[in-house]
Design a protein around this ligand. Structure first.
Ligand code: ARG
Length: 265
């Protein structure tokens, strides 16, 4: 009798431990800290996109900073995670997410239908428009002006896919996809390409640093703006969306928009 009671107690204890473990693993998307502290989430980004995410070369720290980084820090802190940032080419972000090398992607990324086939997005947290960047006085103000020109786009971006579609309709536009936005800018300055298609908010920053360039906003047909990407079915989408909503309601997003975007205007 005594033994039976004892083994029952044991079975119950083991079942409890197992259940708790399952619960802990199900809740988190990240890896557990060995010390039992807060779990870590790894954010994949492409730090070539000021003011969303870029290397802080001005301070010499070379740390990745920006609008997206501030939002990611805010959300992960609220949800009791620590944040680690993994920098890579924009084109490698979604593969990294699908291979679970990163827990989420924040890179000024637009939630397109095509991407939604393989990943899941939060709500949009900031809107953007496309522009044509070119040397001052080039008079490349609309896509029709790009016929016969070399036009740079970031590899894997919506600017690339949208311009591919445009180039099918308007023949004579030559696309040159490159990995980094900074390379597109350098190619324009050294006249190896005539123009590049870049979002307005990012174009402004590069223009402030390069007085020989100008940009013109062009109408974009497809989706625009930025959202946070997760692997399909991730349990983190809902809590991230909840905090994003809180940030919008409390004016936190507005404060960060002022901090990062207004100084460029
Ligand atoms: N919004 C565009 C896209 O989703 C461009 C984003 C580029 N982001 C970056 N960090 N370079 O395709």
């Amino acid at each position: 009798m005594q033994i039976k009671k004892f083994s029952w107690f044991f079975t119950l204890a083991i079942a409890l431990v197992v259940a708790m473990n399952v619960l802990v693993t199900a809740c988190g998307g990240g890896s557990t800290d060995t010390a039992g502290g807060p779990q870590k989430l790894v954010m994949g980004t492409s730090a070539d996109y000021p003011p969303y995410e870029y290397r802080d070369t001005a301070s010499g720290s070379n740390e990745i900073i920006g609008f997206d980084v501030d939002i990611a820090n805010y959300i992960t802190k609220q949800l009791n995670y620590t944040l680690e940032i993994s920098d890579m080419d924009f084109n490698g972000l979604l593969p990294a997410l699908q291979a679970k090398r990163v827990d989420f992607v924040m890179a000024g990324m637009t939630p397109t239908e095509e991407r939604k086939q393989s990943v899941e997005f939060t709500d949009v947290y900031f809107e953007a428009k496309n522009t044509i960047i070119a040397l001052k006085g080039s008079n490349l103000t609309k896509v029709e002006n790009l016929v016969g020109k070399q036009v740079g786009v970031q590899l894997g971006s919506i600017q690339e896919s949208e311009m591919k579609e445009t180039a099918e309709k308007i023949t004579g536009i030559n696309l040159k996809p490159l990995n980094k936005i900074g390379d597109l800018i350098q190619e324009i300055k050294s006249k190896r390409i005539d123009a590049a298609i870049v979002e307005d908010t990012v174009a402004k920053g590069y223009l402030a640093a390069n007085s020989d360039l100008e940009f013109n906003v062009i109408p974009s047909e497809g989706p625009s703006g930025s959202a946070i990407a997760f692997p399909k079915g991730s349990a983190l989408v809902k809590p991230f969306n909840d905090v994003l909503k809180q940030m919008k309601d409390k004016g936190e997003i507005e404060t960060l928009v002022k901090k990062w975007f207004d100084k460029e205007a």
